[in-house]
Design a protein. Structure first.
Length: 155
């Protein structure tokens, strides 16, 4: 046990690392946990939350593009206009274990986020997400590419 006092030379970051390590080890060895299988599940949940937020960011960028140029656009149009950063360059960018695709016309857009593992990101969420410009509501499907007819996603 580490006891800190006013003269302690222990850095707060070191204490934080110790607390995190103790939490992780305690979580992995507790009877309520499935051990190391918890980590991929946690990463998947974080990736899903990130995908939902990214869809909302893309929808905001689409709204800005529509307001300034009069039409929606693909990732190239959104990045070249400066509404999305270079992580979104390309036809189907892959971020945090999700591949994003856009279909856009002058009057409407749809965007999907589908789980995709890579060498650098071997664990990911499992749900597929969809959002369009008509109501900016995220829909989710557990097994295939999502559409407007799928249930609204939580998160």
């Amino acid at each position: 046990m580490i006891i800190l006092n006013a003269r302690s030379t222990q850095r707060p970051a070191g204490l934080l690392a110790l607390v995190v390590t103790m939490f992780v080890l305690g979580s992995c060895s507790s009877g309520n946990s499935s051990g190391l299988g918890v980590l991929p599940k946690a990463i998947g949940a974080a990736d899903e939350a990130s995908a939902i937020q990214t869809l909302r960011t893309i929808a905001t960028a689409e709204g800005q593009l529509k307001a300034t140029r009069g039409s929606y656009g693909d990732f190239e149009a959104l990045t070249s206009a400066g509404y999305l950063d270079q992580r979104f360059a390309g036809r189907t960018p892959n971020l945090q274990g999700y591949r994003y695709t856009i279909s856009a016309t002058d009057a409407e857009f749809t965007v999907n986020a589908d789980p995709q593992t890579t060498e650098t990101h071997p664990a990911t969420g499992t749900r597929h997400f969809y959002l369009d410009g008509s109501d900016n509501v995220v829909h989710a499907n557990p097994t295939q590419t999502a559409s407007k007819t799928d249930p609204v996603a939580g998160g």
